[in-house]
Write a protein that binds this ligand. Structure first.
Ligand code: PLP
Length: 308
């Protein structure tokens, strides 16, 4: 049939990044890692995941990512096929086999499905997947140099009473809807507010405001990012007052400096929100200092784990 052959041609032409996945008990090239269309992870976003990065062949804060992932797996009443040590070894083996020096390493546990496709989630056989692909950035090199342009979306973040954002999840339609809103308004990425109008987080990152020397990041309605926790620790090391709290949209746009944080890029400056300059419109001094310290920690044995 012509539709089928067209689809096969499109599939054959689909390019993949280099990388290695572990799925159904085997390591495979990333292009060959596939899940069943019946998996509730796909059909219902019934899954949790975590992402840790490898920089110059060292994992950054692997233990913190494993703690968060294992807590999320437990909260969703999922189970993994092996223990923490084997999980860590599986991630390392993905990176080793990929040959990548700098990698984005994702671990996933999906609900899976049961042989009779029961609607009872307790009957499902959970699935574990991991993969290592090249390191990727939320902000490209130019955006990191001059600061990101963000928009605050009309669409609101899913309330934490409905889906717990501390369990890292694929309920991303609010964030993706917001991204398109931001692109339509000429911005490069998006921030979402909660139902009260306070800012929460963006599409894959937490947010920080610096006002009169004090650093604040939203306390609730957000994923408790490992980079966010790292920034709070770096502030303590530098003797800079930092706290979690409420950040209104007005306070954010009036801040002296704004930056976002993610495993996918670390600490990244924000230059404009809804078209208005933050501070003098250039990346802030404290943002720069924290960014430097953050990357310097990437060969500190206290926070890193060698791949080999
Ligand atoms: N918030 C959301 C919604 C995310 O998806 C992410 C990371 O993917 C973050 C925040 C940042 O978390 P971390 O610093 O652990 O990467």
């Amino acid at each position: 049939m012509s539709i089928g052959s067209e689809q096969r041609k499109t599939r054959a032409a689909q390019k993949f990044p280099p990388g290695i996945a572990y799925i159904d008990g085997r390591f495979r090239p990333i292009s060959e890692a596939r899940i069943s269309v019946l998996d509730w992870g796909l059909l219902r976003s019934d899954a949790t995941y975590d992402v840790v990065h490898v920089w110059q062949r060292r994992f950054f804060r692997l233990d913190a990512h494993l703690d968060r992932f294992l807590a999320s797996v437990a909260k969703l009443r999922l189970s993994l096929p092996f223990d923490r040590a084997t999980l860590a070894e599986t991630l390392k083996e993905c990176v080793r086999r990929s040959g990548l020096d700098d990698a984005y390493v994702e671990m996933i546990c999906t609900r899976g499905f049961s042989p009779d496709f029961s609607r009872d989630p307790r009957a499902a056989v959970n699935r574990f997947i991991a993969f290592a692909i090249p390191f990727g950035w939320i902000a490209d090199a130019e955006q990191r140099r001059r600061g990101l342009h963000l928009a605050i979306a009309e669409v609101r973040r899913i309330p934490p009473q409905s889906v717990d954002p501390r369990v890292k999840n694929y309920h991303w339609l609010d964030l993706v809807t917001g991204l398109f809103e931001a692109y339509d308004r000429g911005a490069e990425n998006v921030l979402l507010c909660d139902l009260e109008g306070n800012v929460t987080e963006g599409a894959g990152f937490n947010l920080f405001a610096v006002s009169a020397g004090r650093v604040t990041t939203p306390s609730s309605g957000v994923l408790e990012g490992i980079t966010r926790a790292t920034v709070l620790e770096l502030c303590a090391e530098l003797g800079v007052p930092a706290e979690t709290g409420t950040v209104s949209a007005e306070a954010l746009t009036a801040a002296d400096e704004v930056f976002v944080t993610s495993t996918a890029g670390g600490i990244m400056p924000v230059a404009r929100i809804d078209g208005a300059a933050i501070g003098d419109g250039a990346p802030g001094r404290l943002t720069g200092k924290l960014t430097e310290l953050y990357w310097a920690k990437h060969d500190d044995p206290a926070w890193t784990t060698p791949v080999d």
